[in-house]
Design a protein around this ligand. Structure first.
Ligand code: NAP
Length: 317
């Protein structure tokens, strides 16, 4: 089968399409014929060799994907439509081996491309909102970086759960998408006065919860716009940041880290069950902004780190 292979860590060009043997599922594993693979920022950190957890070389990137069950020793029938939220062999390939717990039925109304945009982004948004953020209906939420994979998922989940949702994006197109996803108010995180605009939109009370996609840029600012007992959940950060702890004391506020990989199996099962229900009832719909052939994985890795996010980027084998 064809697969993207990384033989050495480095720039996007280290990803090459090659022929590799088909993986064979053991007990409790499922082999999925991938119709679309999701590209996440973490795939680029891992490929570059700068991520804390390094896979042994060579490897095929990718945890997100959707397709059809090819072989299954357990639970699934050949031909079933599924999405996967983690992969043993990597989803940037024609076939991907997955643990049965990481394979989930794909609702008929959700395309394979959309299915490739569920696992990491929706799982992350769900755990950040409810598992770590303890979001409650009626609270005001700021999704700081709402136009990308995790942000679009967070806005949809929060809107469906009855929160008052604010979202940010740097482009008109991105902000339009955030609004279409259910945000009540949208802001430009590059506008000089956008923090004042956010506080004004809460009648000077501040926001109850912030999901932060770029903490190294925003964490210090986030602490100044929180309401009393407000929480910031750090989802993404690309470096250190200075904060004034007095802003925490003044509000009884919390900063909470969140890593999807820390979720227990039981937590993940519950998260994907609730996401699947939301997809079935039409409350959730993954947004695909760009579709590229699998061989163009290097272009996809460059694009996912560029400004002007618009939903997900997926690769088609
Ligand atoms: P993405 O699709 O590339 O989206 C990035 C988002 O950040 C876009 O909305 C982008 O908006 C926004 N952004 C860029 N500059 C910003 C700024 N100065 N202030 C606020 N927002 C800004 O990435 P993603 O898949 O949503 O992932 C978001 C982050 O979470 C990444 O750092 C990723 O590594 C991390 N992540 C963490 C976990 C975890 O388990 N903790 C899981 C998944 C992802 P514009 O492009 O319009 O500027």
């Amino acid at each position: 089968m064809k697969a993207i292979r990384v033989e050495e860590f480095g720039e996007p060009e280290v990803m090459r399409m090659v022929d590799v043997p088909e993986p064979q599922p053991a007990a409790n594993q499922v082999l999925v014929r991938i119709r679309a693979a999701g590209v996440n920022p973490v795939d680029t950190y891992i490929r570059s060799g700068k991520y804390a957890a390094k896979p042994s070389l060579p490897f095929t990137p990718g945890n997100d994907g959707a397709g059809i069950v090819e072989k299954s020793a357990a639970d699934f029938e050949k031909g079933e439509r599924v999405f996967v939220s983690r992969s043993i062999s990597g989803t940037y390939a024609e076939l991907a081996l997955c643990d049965v717990a990481d394979v989930h039925r794909l609702p008929e109304k959700i395309s394979f491309e959309q299915g490739a945009g569920i696992g990491v982004p929706f799982g992350t948004a769900h755990r950040a909102l409810f598992g770590r953020g303890h979001a409650r209906a009626g609270e005001t939420l700021l999704v700081h970086g709402a136009s990308g994979g995790v942000g679009t998922a967070a806005v949809q989940l929060a809107h469906a759960a009855g929160l008052h949702v604010f979202g940010t994006a740097s482009t008109d197109r991105g902000r339009e998408l955030v609004r279409e996803n259910g945000a009540d108010e949208v802001f430009d995180h590059h506008a000089g006065d956008y923090l004042d605009q956010i506080v004004a939109a809460t009648n000077e009370r501040g926001v109850d919860l912030i999901l932060e996609m770029l903490a190294n840029v925003n964490l210090g600012k986030d602490l100044t716009i929180l309401a009393k007992s407000g929480r910031v959940v750090v989802i993404g950060s690309r470096g250190p940041v200075e904060i004034d702890p007095r802003n925490l004391m003044a509000r009884d506020a919390d900063i909470r880290g969140m890593m999807l990989g820390h979720a227990t199996s039981a937590e993940l099962a519950q998260i994907y069950e609730e996401i699947s229900e939301g997809l079935e009832r039409g409350a959730l719909r993954p947004i695909i902004g760009k579709t590229l052939p699998l061989a163009q994985a290097p272009d996809a890795h460059r694009a996912v780190l560029e400004p002007g996010a618009y939903g997900k980027i997926v690769l088609i084998p």
